[in-house]
Ligand binder design. Structure first.
Ligand code: ATP
Ligand code: MG
Length: 572
């Protein structure tokens, strides 16, 4: 491609609303332009990168035996009502009506649609297993779209769905997708880790996320410093220290203290001059189980630790947990929000293990403007103890003697073992070998195509621009003509251009009427793996200058050796 002909608007400065490197560089290097919050145009070079990601994804999906389909993005509400997600999905689901007033949504994910497609066609175990995938535009009305393609509202996803007759088969496919995903991220030149994850809105029995470790990542991941256990903090289990019998004797008795208007942990700890870890917070939660069974619990955590709602849902066997309203809190505790405590409270108390390790603590007094000190867990209140908190640095690994370190990650892929969640609610059944009707066992597997491109830039850039991993690079070789008026330069440039094209290495030829400085800056910004500079000076020695984007040094190479040198630099 000739650079004089391409639509590649580069920017010297990054726009002020771009916070992270990948977003800034995608704008500056002319890959994307914003249309609305979280909605982008992909310009030609940006689209090339996206297509390159898709090529790697398609290659590995094919290798794993999955078949490509294409489902629509405007989806009828009926299917979402069948699965129950029409009411459950919340505001991320962009709902719309057609001219007849019928409800539709823009697809944020396609479990319902693919299940509907398969349920009418597959009747027998002989037609299973199936793994169907698509690369398609999703819409999620994210509350905080940001970081460019990283968290868009409209974005391209590869989503695959598998259907099985047996659990063994579904588990084998899960492993096969796990392996395919590892090859995809390796193929895209990313450093990543597979971590245990929560299944969230999609549901199902277990799942893994593929995380690209980067300081700007929105997810927090704990990984054991000793073994290979790693998990999203939302998921990570925490090993509890061995039960030490804390001596509860000779401890002072409970004392009421006045804490006027001090409601939050911060306010109380500052007012009393205590660390947050010496306080215990009491959260009143409402929970719902199947068949409209509802209830309230008081949840206790050390003041410096945070509740993991997914863990609470699991121990309560609830489908939904929500913080109680102020009115309900007052009804249960006789005090306004901010003064709830476990002593004498009428509802059941669930506490994190961290609370039991305290010899005494400060808690809310269930009375306005009152807290209690010298409160001894077990002596002064009874609770059921569980692992309820969000894991963090220094917590104990559940698989070995090690401890966690905390890292940040970008979730580029997520695989789920769905089980029969959708096949049961939507009646996707088959007849097994004995003629018995059973629900299909499902898995689903997602990859953010645009997010991979963004993550690749987060991991591979310097102060001058992008450093594309080879596979994703929009062009592989950048041929820069220092002076387009020099006929010999143009001749050699064109010759090399043709030679690289013949080798299948798509080159970009900078034949613009621009100063050399501008061209070099743009070349660094664009970040193609190898740059070849051709000018009267290099040609005077019968040479061109060859430089890898990743290295600081350039070398002079004879014109006739240039192609061979580039191939060897690229290890091709
Ligand atoms: P997140 O936790 O980041 O919101 P998610 O868990 O909701 O993502 P999944 O439903 O697992 O996402 O979607 C599969 C993949 O799609 C994710 O791993 C991610 O790579 C990509 N993805 C999800 N949401 C977005 C988004 N708003 N913009 C770009 N890519 C996204
Ligand atoms: Mg996810």
């Amino acid at each position: 491609m000739r650079q004089s002909r391409i639509f590649l608007p580069t920017l010297k400065e990054s726009p002020s609303d771009a916070e992270v490197a990948s977003h800034k560089l995608m704008l500056r290097a002319g890959l994307i332009r914003k249309v609305a919050a979280g909605i982008y145009n992909l310009l030609p070079v940006g689209l090339r990168v996206i297509r390159n990601v898709e090529t790697v994804v398609r290659r590995e999906m094919k290798r794993a035996g999955a078949e490509e389909v294409l489902m629509p993005s405007v989806l009828p509400a009926e299917l979402w009502k069948e699965s129950g997600r029409w009411d459950f999905y919340g505001k991320e689901l962009l709902r719309l009506k057609d001219r007849h007033g019928r409800d539709f949504c823009l697809g944020p994910t396609h479990e319902e649609i693919v299940t509907d497609m398969v349920r009418y066609e597959v009747r027998s175990y002989k037609q299973l297993p199936l793994n169907l995938y698509q690369i398609q535009t999703k819409f999620r009305d994210e509350i905080r779209p940001r970081f460019g393609l990283m968290r868009g509202r409209e974005f391209i996803m590869k989503d695959a769905y598998s259907f099985h007759a047996t659990d063994e088969c579904a588990n084998a496919e899960y492993q096969s997708m796990h392996d395919a995903y590892s090859r995809i991220f390796e193929g895209c030149g990313l450093e990543f880790r597979a971590v245990e994850a929560e299944a969230g809105n999609i549901g199902g029995s277990f799942s893994h996320e593929f995380m690209v470790l980067a300081d700007t990542g929105e997810d927090a991941v704990v990984s054991c410093t000793t073994c290979n256990y790693a998990a999203n903090v939302e998921r990570a289990e925490i090993r509890q220290p061995k039960d030490e019998v804390l001596s509860k004797e000779n401890l002072p008795t409970i004392e009421k203290i006045s804490t006027p208007n001090k409601k939050t942990i911060e306010e109380v700890s500052e007012f009393l001059g205590l660390s947050k870890a010496e306080l215990v917070k009491t959260l009143i939660y409402e929970f719902k189980k199947d068949k409209d069974e509802k209830g309230l619990v008081a949840v206790l955590l050390r003041g410096d630790q945070d509740l993991n709602e997914a863990k609470l849902m699991r121990v309560l066997e609830a489908n939904e947990v929500t913080l109680a309203t102020d009115a309900l809190i007052t009804e249960v505790t006789n005090a306004p929000t901010g003064f709830a405590g476990p002593v004498g409270v009428s509802i059941s108390v669930y506490a994190d293990f961290g609370v039991r390790e305290l010899s005494s603590c400060v808690v809310g007094g269930n009375e306005v403007d009152i807290h209690l000190k010298n409160v001894v867990p077990e002596r002064d209140f009874k609770a059921k103890y569980f692992d309820l908190r969000i894991a963090t640095e220094g917590d104990l690994c559940p698989k070995c003697d090690g401890v966690f370190e905390l890292r940040r990650g970008i979730e580029v892929g997520h695989i789920f073992k769905l089980g029969t969640k959708y096949s049961e609610s939507m009646g996707a059944k088959f007849l097994d070998e004995n003629g018995k009707e059973k629900p299909m066992i499902m898995g689903c597997y997602g990859i953010g195509i645009g997010r991979i491109a963004a993550a690749a830039i987060e991991q591979n850039h310097d102060e001058n621009g992008i450093i594309w991993p080879f596979q994703l690079a929009p062009f592989k070789v950048h041929i820069v003509l220092v002076n387009i008026k020099d006929e010999e330069s143009v001749r050699v440039g064109t010759e090399l251009y043709e030679a690289f094209t013949e080798k299948g290495l798509e080159p970009l030829l900078d034949d613009r009427k621009e100063r050399a400085g501008v061209k070099f800056n743009d070349a660094d910004l664009l970040g193609l793996p190898v740059r070849i500079v051709i000018g009267p000076k290099t040609l005077a020695e019968g040479s061109v200058e060859v430089k890898e984007r990743i290295s600081k040094e350039a070398s002079l190479v004879k014109v006739k050796d240039a192609v061979g040198e580039v191939l060897s630099l690229l290890k091709l």
